[in-house]
Unconditional design. Structure first.
Length: 391
């Protein structure tokens, strides 16, 4: 009989141990590579998000100085300006929002007949020509704004405009009108408010889309009109995820944030938003910071006399915020942003570390979730382009 040869038990154990070591090393290498790839991918997403914020949001803020500072509406209308290109949508319980617009300084005119926002589809104006060239400044699908002391109305032209015409045919449904935005998230009851027609401002109550605009109301063609809001959704694990969204046409605002009645006009531009806050610096001497709209008072209204920072000089005698909120008085806007994205789903939620979000505008610092989340905190200060001309 031939003698059969084979592996001894010791050889099998040694080879198995070597194989397990090599397999473990490969597994660790794969996991670390995957973790590194995911982490770097998330960081890249945040870098792209920060660039989008700088290029879209901050550039819009920088350019939103020409809408009504050119007309200097307070003196033109004889009262406080309801909208001057930048309007805060404060939400003390969550992320802020903002309305931004920029107008064409050459395409300014006035109404020659009363405009009724309910039913009127024709806007009578002094001129539709460019003030320098004499060429028609308005075209089909252009967006414009008509202003009064008690609010403003954003309209859309829906027919070609002939030279020498004094009429603008406009869409029956507005792009936006002051006081319209009063939205709440179905997830956490966050609410924005366009305070230009608030009950405690100028004696107006509710959404005023019924009062006619008188003869002589200023009309300006807008180069853009943007509303930035934070939208909330639930992910597959039931966590709330937030995105910074852009709305250019509310079309009656039935689809904003939490009402999917018609095709949504919310365009997500920046995901991973944990919080965003706006702070405004006026040109007072010394400058005043305006980080909040105010606090609720027992009567149920808004106290516009208390948006100044605690401890600031003259805070007790601070003038009402809305009356100061004109572009000719805004020096800059600070944007605070906290981004949060998942890093790895297989990471433990407890790591022994505690992260604190710094003070953002009127929102105090607080502890943020740790573990498989990656954070990025940014602050931008954007100076507003103001125009000194008067209509």
């Amino acid at each position: 009989m031939k003698k059969n040869k084979g592996f001894t038990m010791i050889e099998v154990l040694v080879s198995s141990a070597i194989f397990l070591i090599v397999l473990s090393a490969m597994y660790l290498l794969i996991m670390r590579t995957q973790s590194f790839t995911l982490t770097e991918g998330r960081k890249l997403d945040m870098n792209q998000a920060s660039r989008a914020i700088e290029l879209v949001l901050c550039d819009n803020i920088r350019s939103a100085g020409s809408v009504l500072s050119l007309l200097y509406t307070p003196s033109f209308l004889g009262g406080p300006s309801p909208f001057t290109g930048i309007y805060p949508l404060n939400n003390t319980n969550g992320p802020d929002g903002i309305i931004l617009a920029s107008g064409d300084p050459k395409a300014t005119t006035k109404t020659t007949a009363t405009f009724d926002p309910i039913g009127d589809i024709t806007l009578s104006v002094e001129s539709v020509e460019d003030k320098d060239t004499g060429i028609t400044a308005w075209e089909n699908n252009d967006i414009g704004i008509i202003v009064r002391i008690k609010g403003y109305y954003i309209f859309k032209v829906n027919q070609p405009v002939g030279p020498g015409s004094g009429l603008l045919s406009i869409r029956a449904t507005p792009v936006y009108y002051s006081g319209l935005l009063n939205t709440a998230s179905a997830l956490s009851a966050l609410q924005y408010d366009d305070l230009s027609e608030d009950a405690n401002h100028l004696g107006i109550r509710g959404n005023d889309n019924t009062t006619p605009y008188p003869v002589g109301s200023p009309v300006i063609r807008l180069e853009y009109f943007n509303i930035f809001l934070v939208s909330e959704e639930l992910d597959t694990t039931g966590n709330i995820v937030r995105s910074l969204t852009l709305t250019t046409d509310t079309q009656g605002v039935g689809d904003i944030l939490n009402s999917p009645v018609i095709d949504s006009r919310l365009v997500p531009i920046v995901p991973f938003i944990e919080d965003i806050q706006f702070e405004y610096i006026t040109k007072d001497n010394p400058p005043d910071l305006w980080a909040s709209i105010g606090t609720t008072i027992p009567a149920g209204g808004i106290n516009y006399s208390d948006p100044c920072p605690i401890g600031s000089p003259g805070a007790a005698n601070c003038v009402p915020f809305i009356d100061q909120f004109t572009n000719t008085n805004i020096a800059s806007v600070s944007v605070y942003i906290l981004l949060k994205t998942e890093e790895e789903k297989n990471k433990m939620s407890k790591s022994g570390l505690i992260y604190h979000k710094p003070i953002m505008g009127d929102v105090p610092a607080f502890t943020v979730p740790i573990g498989r989340f990656h954070y990025s905190y940014m602050k931008y200060e954007t100076f507003v382009r103001n125009f000194n001309g008067v209509y």
